[in-house]
Ligand binder design. Structure first.
Ligand code: RIB
Length: 330
């Protein structure tokens, strides 16, 4: 038979209100009563009823997280680090793969709202934050990660512009002059900022700008293969390629090797996002790494801050520094 809060109160010789205050650590309780309640709960093997706790405390101690693709190491890396922070604070993370779909993202957001999650951490497929800004009136805390930005919600992402500047500066020091970019979609803030940074850096370093060297596509490996192949099959191919994210970078490596070109002798390659296999690749891949753990811990911290101090909260936009990791593909 299920042990209830009433059984614990009877065994401890206190009221159910005292038991509730002890177990939820809310409100004044004498040390003597606290000890009696904890001893009774342990002796009876009492397990709090999460639904009853939620109704009483108006919290579910759960956070929903929406990511475009859980198989992408950037998204899964952020999710894992978010889970670790929240779990340490007694919160459970409910992770959902939105499969790069805005419609799916909204459907799951409504699902989490109906489940009364305490908060949402979102890596959105949308170019606009309007949907989540509207939802913020019904979900206690929402943090946007990576994309998009918002003037009304907390957001955290890597400084994409700075990362692109670092990539071009590095290629320039390597004497590369015909730089191409394989960019993700303009609908996403991360790829837009990387392309803008790439263009600004070419100007900064007095490097020629070739419209035909700007390949704007999606964020899939296949699109990375196709666009890299197209660039290298031009009559005058680039001498360096900047891949706009991890999946495009994997596609670029595949295409370069399929064409029998050598990295970096024939074409230098630098990739935005570090990769598990970057070190083991042949040659090891030079990347612009995102501070994945810092992004995640910052996002979780922003959410906890909003939950714990709602009256003092105001939206923050945090940009974290990328890191050039030199290997041998440039
Ligand atoms: O690989 C996924 C990409 O999309 C990453 O670069 C991340 O920044 C996101 O924008």
């Amino acid at each position: 038979m299920r042990i209830t809060i009433h059984d614990v109160a009877a065994r401890a010789g206190v009221s159910t209100a005292t038991v509730s205050r002890v177990l939820s650590e809310s409100g004044p309780v004498s040390l003597r009563s606290r000890r009696k309640v904890l001893a009774a709960a342990k002796a009876l093997g009492y397990r709090p009823n999460a639904i009853a706790t939620s109704l009483r405390q108006r919290r579910t101690f759960t956070v929903g997280m929406l990511v475009p693709d859980i198989t992408n190491p950037f998204f899964s890396g952020v999710a894992q680090a978010v889970h670790r922070v929240l779990f340490g604070q007694g919160l459970s993370l409910l992770l959902v793969d939105t499969d790069h779909s805005i419609e799916a993202e909204r459907r799951f957001a409504y699902h989490f709202e109906a489940r009364r999650v305490d908060g949402l951490i979102v890596i959105s497929n949308d170019s606009s934050s309007a949907f989540f800004e509207e939802l913020a009136g019904r979900v206690p805390a929402i943090v946007l990660v990576d994309r998009p930005r918002s003037d009304r919600l907390d957001s955290v992402r890597v400084d994409n512009h700075a990362g692109a500047l670092q990539a071009v500066a590095h290629l320039a020091t390597r004497g590369r002059r015909k730089l191409a970019i394989v960019s993700g979609p303009m609908s996403l803030l991360s790829s837009r900022e990387r392309l803008e940074g790439f263009r600004a850096a070419l100007k900064l370093h007095n490097l020629p700008e070739f419209p035909q060297y700007e390949a704007v596509t999606g964020f899939s490996v296949e699109q990375g293969v196709a666009e890299t192949r197209r660039l290298l099959e031009l009559a005058a191919p680039p001498d360096a390629i900047f891949a706009g994210n991890n999946t495009l970078g994997i596609g670029a490596v595949s295409a370069i090797k399929a064409l029998g070109r050598r990295i970096p002798q024939d074409v230098a390659l630098i990739i935005f996002d570090d990769l598990y296999l970057a070190e083991a690749a042949d040659p090891p891949l030079t990347v612009i790494a995102q501070p994945v753990t810092d992004i995640a811990t910052t996002a979780a911290g922003l959410l906890l801050e909003q939950l714990q101090h709602p009256s003092e909260w105001s939206p923050k936009e945090i940009l974290l520094r990328p890191q050039l990791i030199l290997r041998r593909s440039t």
